[in-house]
Design a protein around this ligand. Sequence first.
Ligand code: SAM
Length: 313
Amino acid sequence: SPSSDAANKRRYHSQDDTEARAVAEHYNARPEVGREKRKESKIIRLKSFNNWIKSVLIGRYIARGDYVLDMGCGKGGDLLKMVKARIAELVGADIASISIEQAQDRYNGLRNPPFRARFLALDCYSYPLAPHLPDSYTVDVVTMQFCMHYAFETEEKARMMLQNVSHTLRDGGYFIGTIPNANWIVKKVRDQKSRGQETAFGNDIYWITFEEEDTKEFPSYGAKYMFHLEDAVDCPEYLVHFPTFTSLAKEYNLELEYKQTFHQLYQEAAQESHFNNLLYRMNVVGGHGQALSEAEWEAAGLYLAFAFRKRRP
Ligand code: SAM
């Protein structure tokens, strides 16, 4: 739950950019591994599952001919999904400049790229995007996959992120994304605490650690924990208090349309034959019916997906 404004203000004013740098350095340092190497990963099915979730969101909200902004696009892992969605134009932005170079290379490597694309190395939570885009440039969809929570380090960053989303999005356009589910994380850590255990939990493939011993109250911004996901992430992250997020988004004309945990989204989307077939084609389920391990399924349950719509004036 959100707590004292004073605590937030303290974080808000004392902020320097060491945290943003740490995140950028972490992602820049992650090696680009080939397809074969990726297959050896301990979380190969979880990665496929996360890709499937993104494909469902993209399939539902991105239409043929759309202009799309991928904020926090990383190495361009969603480029092929954009090819399949038959978009017309993509802007990819990310704070990690080496990842952006890799995304550009990946795009250059597409045979007859079916859409135009440009990539920007920019801290989208501290700087406006507009000066880097043509005048009055708008997109139909903004997508932020597994990256928006880093903006919840401070209110100032969350606001800049939302301003970038809203300013670039046309009226009636969609803002879609995936983030860790703060409710679930807080419940888990409180359970630990109530059993007299340390403020950390996880399993073989992921680990979450809170530095703060006090789990009764968390601030709306800057509620930091360390997140480790085998073969994927190892850096500080921030809880996104969803009611704070939705009311802040409203100030930027963004109205919540959809929110679902990954587990619920799976139950719902797997009923649709197209998305069900995709589970096999994307290797979430293997040829012999093998799927996510228990540890992977628990880690998948950590996340939620959302969609907002920009109000028409
Ligand atoms: N969206 C990609 C995907 O789904 O594969 C990458 C997700 S990765 C887990 C998180 C990304 O958020 C990283 O590439 C990181 O550099 C980016 N990021 C973190 N803070 C950012 C910021 N302030 N501005 C832009 N990108 C940021």
